[in-house]
Design a protein around this ligand. Sequence first.
Ligand code: SF4
Ligand code: SF4
Length: 512
Amino acid sequence: MSTNTPSEDHKPAVEPLYEASKRIFAKKAQGQFRNFKWVVLWVTLGIYFGLPWLRWDRGEFAPDQGILLDLAGRRFYFFPIEIWPQEFYYVAGLLLMAGFGLFLITSAVGRAWCGYTCPQTVWVDLFIAVERFFQGDRNARMKLDKAPMSGNKFMRLAATHATWILMSFLTGLGWIMYFGNAPSVLVKFFTGELPFVAYGTVLVLTLTTYGFGGLMREQVCIYMCPWPRIQAAMLDEDSLVVTYNDWRGEPRTRGAKKAAAAGLPVGDCVDCDACVAVCPMGIDIREGQQLGCITCALCIDACDQVMDKVGKERGLIAYATLSEYQSNMDMATNNGRTGIQPQNVRDPDGKFKDRIRHFNWKVIFRPRSLLYMGAWSAVGLGMLVVLLNRDRLDLNVVHDRNPQYVMESDGSVRNGYTIRILNMEPQPRTIRLSVEGLPSAAMKINGIAPTEGQSYDIPVKPDEATALKVFVTLPKGQANWASEEFHFIAEDMTIGERSVYKAAFNGPGVKK
Ligand code: SF4
Ligand code: SF4
């Protein structure tokens, strides 16, 4: 008889807050998705490291780096596009597009971003390849992990970590190339001529890349990244996710031939665990959809190879939508009235009536995806229209505050202004400055002679604001008001580009 009290008998087990991290020794996968992942990996790495070295001729007055974040000059250069700080809304637009793009991809093909292009995935993939190079594939790595420290083990571990640190350092170095002329940044980095912040950035990125890609790996995806949680809201029953088709796999059986000969029900899964062995997240996809699954599809490759070996159809693990999976499951179980009977899902020729292995465009072209596509295109088109029509000449006028006006000895009234002409083109220009709306006004700019009438031709430097002190004078008896509106006009006479600023002329009259 138990001596425990009832409350002790039914005491719930205390769940630990954090699961202890388990080392994952992912096996090398082979197949179409693995090949595709290699292509994506080299393309994304090529883009990251290569972009700052691409040149773009902007003339002699602007940098020739294709993509440049010029923090000192407060400019962002993207090939022919130059973004000024006041045009930051373009960056907001790009972020919006990235957001809608991510929603679109998730709603159509699940976590494809996580599985193929996320930097964490790409770098972890690379780091695992390095680990495999120095320590061998899964079994060899597991054996090495269990073995006591020896010269051989030390050398293999040291080589792995040294290569990881070198790759992390190159990642950090690659990042600062975006913030200056890449060739000179590279030289100056090693000659100690860069500012402290550049070395600090490289150090932080080296440490985080090594930590995230080499040491923490799947922990980053599971515990640190918010995207797995957010994406759950994006998926629906028509989103593609990596799925174990248990309607044909169960009951999973080792020694299937013997079991079948004994008349036992046998599913297609031979319980070889190949799908688990290749998973970089340490997941058994046969347990169903999981937060940790990044849909890298390596388990599909592994299982397809097994199916080839045992002479069964591929696709036991496949990209599938929940609705396709459910309809197959309903068929296999006679709408839930029986256990799984895979023969229900087979055609007379013995093949599965399985639609999931044929790509269905409806998965992408459905209302939710079209909505995201529409939003993405609308933001993109809007940005393009604004970009093509944006001003490259700007005028800013500040009226003198004290005094508001000056009464000259001859009775004329003078107002003073500080004018900034902003030339956003990467070449010098001559801008004609004039006033409009005060017919008898005379404009005067210290140190510059008028060009014709009351206009002044102002040479402005490329990519710079030119500040001028300007005086506008009205003859005696003309300024009988407290304030009158008029316009300053800045115009590039060669291309006709204009910028107009509404200003006020103050006089000694009474307010209207
Ligand atoms: S379960 Fe499959 S798709 Fe998901 S992370 Fe593992 S290998 Fe990739
Ligand atoms: S690889 Fe395929 S056959 Fe092997 S355990 Fe995984 S699902 Fe079953």
